[in-house]
Design a protein around this ligand. Sequence first.
Ligand code: ATP
Length: 300
Amino acid sequence: MRAYVIGNVAVDETISVMSMPEAGASILGREETRDLGGKGANQAVVMSRTGLLTTLVTAVGEDFRAQTIRDQLAGEALDARLLGSPHRSSDFSIIFTTPDGENAIVTTTESAEALTLSEALAPLKDAAGGDLVVLQGNLSEDVTRGILAEARRRGLTTAFNPSPLRPYFAELWPLIDIAFLNRGEAESLTGSSGEAAIQRLAEAGVTQTVLTLGGDGAILAGGSQVLATVPARATEVVDTTGAGDTFMAVALASAALRSTRLDAKAIHHATAAAAITVSRRGTRSAFPTQAELAGILAGE
Ligand code: ATP
C-alpha cells in the first residue's frame, strides 16, 4: 500500500508574539524558527516517518525557498515529486504564536494553486486499488475536484482535510471516503457540530469521519456511528502548528500499515503523535521522529 499526498509545500516562518496583532497594529515579534511546512508536506513527512510508502506531489517556484524545500525534503524517506516553475514564487507561511501556544497562520498558495490536474495525476499512474490519495485545501478547485473524481474512478481510497477552509468543499463529500475536520471546519461545512456533523457527512457519502477537537481530543465515526472518543494526551503545549497534520497522517498510516480501516487504535496512535508535535516549537522539526513513531505504533 502507498499513500499519495497531493498538496502544498511551504517554508514556515514562525514568529513569537505576546498577543495576536489586531488590524492596524504594529507589534514586535521574534523569529523562532524557519522550517519546512505546508499541509501537504507536513502530512507526507509524518506519514513517511511511520514507514508507510509515501509519495508527495507538490509545486514550487525556482527561488531561494525552493532550494530550502528541496534540501529539507531530501532528509526524509519519501518520494518527493516537486514540480518547479520559474514563473511563480514558492509558497510560504507566516505563523504567529503566543506564549499560551495559540497560533495564527497566513499562507501563500501561488505555487499550490498553479499545480495542474495532469501534473497532479501523473504519479497516480502506478497507484493500485486501495492505495490512499490524501488531499487538503490548498490546490485549485478544479484540480481538487479532478483528483478526487479520478481517484474514485480508479478505486483508490480518498482522505480529505478541508483546510484552509473554502465553501465549495461542502460539495465534495460524495467523492471522499475519509474526512478529517476540526471544530471550525465541521461547523462551517455542515452547519452543525459533534454527532450532528458526523450524521450530515455520513448522509453525504463519507464512510469514515474523524472530528479533531484540539485539547479536547478526537472522535472517530464509521458512517454515522461513533466508534471511538479519545481524549487528548496531557502535555506541555508549546506550539500547536501541525498538530492536525500529524494526527491525520499517523491515523491513516497506523491503519494502512495494519491493512485495516481507521479504528480506535489508529486514533490512539494519532493522539500520542500529535501530543509530541504540540510539545515542540516549529513545523517539520516538531514532528515525531521515526524512532518515536515506531514506539507509538508498537503500542496500543
Ligand atoms: P492545527 O491547525 O493546529 O494543526 P487542527 O485544528 O487541524 O490543528 P486540532 O483539533 O487542533 O487540529 O488538533 C488535532 C489533534 O492534536 C487533537 O485531536 C489532539 O489529539 C492533538 N492536540 C491538539 N491540541 C492539543 C493540546 N492542547 N494538547 C494535547 N493534544 C492536542
